[in-house]
Design a protein around this ligand. Structure first.
Ligand SMILES: Cc1cc2nc3c(=O)[nH]c(=O)nc-3n(C[C@H](O)[C@H](O)[C@H](O)COP(=O)(O)O)c2cc1C
Length: 210
């Protein structure tokens, strides 16, 4: 699908076709496509839990304002943002450094500089840790929605859930924040999509502080 079509046609849909499951291959393709997004220092602090089982989805639905799409969608992602994905010794941080050395964009003796830069930018306060985790994971989540549309799927992002309840129910470690849930599936063509929602204009988006 042309990118403009992806942008124009992506909607937060409420109705998924219960007769049309999403194959594991397609889920993999979707996730791998979305993983191409940029991230701070390429640290990629996102992960997902994939829920397909009905009982699991019902458990989640109970913690997500009883929103029917949580159990009706064939797949729901619990999107995770690693608040500590900038720390020295974190496997992905160290792997990322090795990859940069291998690729020639850093030298081995820059390890301390790299770790201190990550710490200074993302680790000094809880607010910075949260921002690091959620801004990067937000890009990933958006890409999941665009990639889904490209692949003929639809999606629905959700904030309406009990964060700590979901953390507890699905044994999510404290290091992760859960920025959103994402329902994914095929739109139920028997249902009507609401008209597109309003958007801020260019003039409303652009600001100037004197
Ligand atoms: C982070 C985020 C959280 C959202 N949470 C919910 C939610 O819990 N329930 C819901 O029905 N819609 C939710 N939405 C959907 C928005 O209401 C929807 O994206 C917006 O109204 C624009 O509509 P559109 O996506 O169809 O263009 C959420 C959207 C985002 C980006």
């Amino acid at each position: 699908m042309d990118f403009k079509d992806v942008i124009d046609k992506r909607r937060a849909v409420n109705f998924f076709d219960p007769e049309k499951p999403v194959s594991d291959e397609l889920i993999k393709e979707l996730v791998e496509m979305a993983a191409k997004v940029p991230s701070s220092f390429n640290l990629q602090p996102w992960s997902i839990l994939i829920l397909k089982d009905n009982d699991e989805k019902m458990k989640l639905r109970k913690l997500a304002w009883d929103q029917p799409k949580v159990s009706e969608a064939p797949v729901v992602f619990i999107v995770l943002a690693d608040r500590y994905g900038w720390r020295e010794g974190h496997p992905l941080v160290e792997r990322n450094f090795s990859e940069m050395v291998q690729a020639g964009s850093m030298t081995k003796d820059q390890h301390d500089w790299f770790i201190n830069a990550c710490k200074g930018l993302y680790g000094e306060t809880e607010e910075k840790q949260q921002a690091f985790a959620c801004k990067n994971t937000g890009f990933f989540a958006m890409a999941l929605m665009f990639a889904a549309k490209h692949l003929g799927l639809d999606s629905h992002p959700m904030d309406g859930f009990d964060h700590d309840g979901v953390r507890k129910e699905f044994n999510v470690p404290e290091s992760y924040w859960i920025p959103l849930l994402l329902a994914v599936g095929y739109f139920d063509e028997k249902k009507q999509l609401h008209p597109p929602k309003w958007r801020k204009t260019f003039e409303e988006i652009v600001m100037k502080f004197d």
